[in-house]
Write a protein that binds this ligand. Structure first.
Ligand SMILES: [Zn+2]
Length: 125
């Protein structure tokens, strides 16, 4: 697969190596719901996941705001902050969320049917 991300953005080890401490080529995590954003602690990720770990197409439940149910996704700086995920991955995330919502809707529908069926018959005079 040909990556459309710059080579330095493909692993956390490479990201850490190009950082110059003046805020250039930095990496941020942002929440799609609470809109919080923070610099990514690349050294900490290299420490726990290894230098070859990639942030491309990764997301996690929000860790920026307590109680937020949003998704945290990563961006890299190339002039401006750019998404660290592919359109294809974003489509996959949308599809997944749609499936989850659909399952929830179907479960509520089934529950409503069960309630209707188990309702006691109307008292007769
Ligand atoms: Zn959030």
């Amino acid at each position: 697969m040909v990556s459309y991300f710059p080579d330095w953005a493909t692993t956390v080890g490479k990201m850490l190596a190009v950082q110059d401490g003046r805020g250039h080529k930095h990496v941020m995590v942002m929440c799609d719901t609470c809109k919080e954003a923070r610099d990514v602690d690349l050294a900490a990720i290299v420490e726990t996941k290894g230098a070859d770990f990639s942030l491309i197409n990764r997301r996690a439940r929000c860790r920026l705001t307590a109680g937020c149910k949003g998704w945290n996704r990563f961006r890299y700086q190339s002039g401006v902050m750019r998404p660290l995920w592919t359109d294809r991955q974003a489509d996959g995330w949308i599809e997944l969320e749609w499936q989850i919502r659909k399952r929830g809707f179907e479960a509520r529908q089934r529950a409503a049917e069960v309630l209707r069926e188990s309702r006691p018959p109307k008292p007769r005079r």
